[in-house]
Design a protein around this ligand. Structure first.
Ligand SMILES: [Zn+2]
Length: 186
């Protein structure tokens, strides 16, 4: 590919939509567009030098399951150590699909990240409480945890990655630990 820019213009000479730029405008706003991006966290399971996720000592020595009987303050029930990175994302509220009433479809959401975000399917997306200006509360209040079901890149005709589309499902069980104090979890 000697001149990617030329390819990107297409054969008609008409410039194609630059989707990287479009998503950037959507997330961060522009003179003619208000920002619709949300600040959140990407919770990344920590890995050793061989790429193996590092297990939390709360795992049962026989079943190898993370503890579900008490709230493990090290791993929060993931069973692995993790770190969190700040992200900006667009979340599709999916209202149309929900109205269609397919219960199978009901419990998943789409998130959109910029092309240069490093995503792994073992990551989790954390929604945090934001003020009216879209700034996270301090200290950070984690409101929802989403389990990533699939992470796909959307590519333009010339093969360039334009953005990430993440399909994710809210993890109900963790809501017990984040604000919903009296709810029972079995
Ligand atoms: Zn643990």
């Amino acid at each position: 590919m000697s001149n990617p820019y030329k390819l990107y213009q297409g054969t008609s000479g008409k410039k194609e939509l630059d989707l990287r730029n479009e998503l950037h405008r959507l997330l961060y706003g522009a003179s003619d567009e208000i920002s619709k991006g949300k600040i959140g966290l990407l919770r990344r399971m920590r890995a050793d030098e061989n790429g193996e996720l590092i297990k939390c000592p709360c795992r049962n020595t026989i079943t190898n399951e993370p503890s579900r009987d008490f709230f493990c303050r090290y791993c929060h029930g993931h069973g692995y150590f993790w770190d969190e990175l700040k992200i900006v994302y667009y979340r599709d509220d999916d209202s149309f699909t929900k109205k269609e009433g397919n219960t199978e479809e009901f419990e998943r959401d789409y998130f959109y990240f910029e092309y240069n975000v490093d995503i792994r399917t073992s990551d989790f997306i954390i929604e945090v409480r934001l003020d009216k200006e879209g700034r996270p509360y301090q200290p950070v209040e984690r409101e929802k945890v989403f389990n990533i079901l699939s992470a796909d890149t959307f590519r333009s005709d010339n093969g360039r990655v334009e953005f990430w589309q993440i399909r994710a499902k809210e993890e109900q069980k963790w809501s017990v630990w984040y604000g919903v104090k009296n709810r029972q979890y079995n």
